[in-house]
Design a protein around this ligand. Structure first.
Ligand code: GLN
Length: 539
């Protein structure tokens, strides 16, 4: 097993996760089995309890682990099979150390950051190496070099490198090379300082990834090579991509990044075949068709809050040679201005997952607008619950229908908490999480799209469609097209009389990949492409 550690310097949000994922793509295409993992230095056990403003999207894995959104990149860029083993936080490390301490496992010794915390981190790397088949583990260390909280992780990987032996470990440092407009110059000082900081800890990176808005000219590369103590070929430019994040592997390969990585790690492997990847990128850059799809949410100003949804729309679009122009619509704005003002002219409306009652009335109005105007609609998790509430209110005549999540005293709780959820007191990791089997109803759109009787999809929610209302909904034309394995929970609903009105209780956005769009996104984008906007008549 070979080990690559990716650290970041100067600022956060450098695109370190993306660069690590792109490296994963290149190494996989060279025939290597890649495992990816992320270390996060915060004290939360997982990001599941953080709100999207703090952390962006919470990415859910098959086994129900709630993880950092970088794991979404890993799954989209590689075929690495991720589980809760692949995202380690300081919170988990300390929890485990403290549990051992209480159990007397340290036999009377003083429990310290070095060696006990660092051992715990190294043990995790070994556990992943032992349990997952692979040739290389790429580990991304979250945060920025210089953060106090990141120190135990850096110390652990320094020790690990010595134990794993020369030629088996590669350190890659990703930094920012800022451009000072007034001087019209790229500046290398922050990079030099962050490299110095790493060396202070005892880590000397062999490859430096330089995030930059402008091309790195020879001068700049020479300077970074000199101060960074690496050959000039190992100073790699990661320039902002023009069109799509999926260009990153191609840009890195042009600079022979994957060759350099293999050289340091003494790996013999053929050149990657990038033809399919290139084809996919070409379709994103030069699409034949365009479609306008609105995403109605409450975190729309945050790029990262619905990351996997946006990526899934891109994948589905590329498969149909179509660029999806995403229109981000604030659900609260709809509450004030009415749906027509924001949704008129859209070819598709998607309501993603969410929590709490803010903006829900705007989302309900959006679902109603899509239903009444025959606009393709896709509801995901909360989006499905919203569609059910809207239908109950406006078609089934239950004017005060709601979810007990937003209205505890509603006379018509069409969405309510699952019985087993009611007993739970802790917030962290206690939702209905991860993979669950859904049985699809033959003849439904869902069945036609998946072309399968059963599917497995990832979940993250506490509330469900209330069984007591299923007959009412079905009698008025909303079918339950997917049910849980036992048959008791509604997993999907749809309106057969509508061009495309499909909603699911699970999160299909976590299973979409560049050349494998998810069937529900694919069906939705295709329906949106068919939806013609009728121009308003001129007076
Ligand atoms: N808040 C809803 C629930 O807990 C929906 C969750 C979601 O959209 N992920 O059931």
């Amino acid at each position: 097993m070979k080990y690559i550690f990716v650290t970041g310097g100067v600022v956060s949000s450098l695109g370190k996760g993306l660069a690590a994922s792109a490296l994963g793509t290149l190494l996989e295409l060279r025939g290597l089995r890649v495992i990816m993992q992320k270390f996060d230095p915060y004290l939360n056990i997982d990001p599941g309890t953080m709100n999207p403003y703090e952390h962006g999207e919470v990415y859910v894995l098959d086994d129900g682990a709630e993880t950092d959104l970088d794991l979404g990149h890993y799954e989209r860029f590689t075929h690495t099979n991720l589980s809760r083993l692949n995202n380690l936080t300081s919170g988990q490390v300390y929890m485990s150390v403290l549990e051992k301490e209480r159990a007397g496992a340290y036999e009377g010794r003083t429990v310290q950051v070095i060696p006990h915390v660092t051992n715990e981190i190294k043990d995790r790397i070994r556990e992943v190496a032992k349990n997952m088949p692979g040739d290389i583990i790429i580990t991304e260390i979250g945060g920025t070099v210089g953060d106090i909280e990141g120190l135990p992780f850096l110390e652990a990987i320094r020790q690990f490198a010595i134990e794993a032996g020369q030629g088996n470990v590669l350190f890659i440092h990703a930094t920012l090379v800022p451009y000072i407009k007034a001087a019209q110059e790229l500046k290398t000082k922050p990079t030099q300082q962050s490299l110095a900081k790493l060396r202070e800890i005892g880590i000397a990176p062999q490859i430096i990834l330089c995030r930059t808005e402008h091309p790195l000219d020879l001068d700049v590369r020479e300077k970074i090579s000199l101060f960074g103590n690496v050959p000039i070929e190992d100073v790699i430019e990661v320039r902002d991509v023009k069109h799509s994040i999926y260009e990153v592997p191609l840009k890195l390969h042009e600079q022979r990044f994957d060759d350099r990585v293999c050289k340091v790690l003494h790996i013999e492997s053929p050149q990657p075949d990038l033809s399919k990847w290139r084809h996919f990128v070409q379709r994103i850059i030069h699409p034949t068709h365009h479609v306008r799809i609105g995403v109605v949410g409450k975190y729309i100003e945050l790029q990262d809050a619905y990351k996997s949804i946006y990526e899934s729309l891109t994948h589905a679009g590329a498969a149909s040679d179509c660029k999806v122009d995403i229109v981000k619509v604030d659900a609260e704005a709809i509450e004030k201005g009415g749906p027509d003002l924001y949704l008129n002219g859209l070819q598709g409306i998607l309501i993603p997952g969410g929590f709490g009652d803010r903006g829900t009335e705007g989302k309900i109005a959006a679902a109603g607008y899509a239903r009444q105007h025959g606009i393709p609609f896709f509801g995901i998790c909360l989006g499905m619950q919203i569609a059910v509430i809207e239908f109950a209110r406006n078609v089934c005549g239950l004017a005060q229908a709601s979810s007990t999540e937003f209205d505890k005293g509603t006379p018509h709780p069409v969405i309510s908490m699952m019985e087993e959820q009611k007993k739970i007191r802790h917030l962290g990791g206690t939702m209905r999480l991860g993979n669950w089997v859904t049985r699809l109803v033959p003849g439904s759109k869902a069945h036609a799209l998946y072309q399968s009787d059963t599917i497995e999809e990832r979940h993250r929610h506490r509330y469900e469609v209330n069984e007591d209302y299923k007959d009412t909904l079905e009698s008025r034309g909303m079918i339950i097209s997917g049910v849980s394995a036992k048959g008791d929970l509604a997993e999907m609903v749809e309106l057969p009389a509508h061009p495309y009105f499909v909603a699911c209780q699970f999160h299909p956005e976590f299973l979409s990949k560049p050349n494998h769009p998810h069937p529900l996104f694919h069906g939705f984008v295709q329906a949106a492409m068919k939806h013609r906007i009728v121009p308003e008549p001129h007076c």
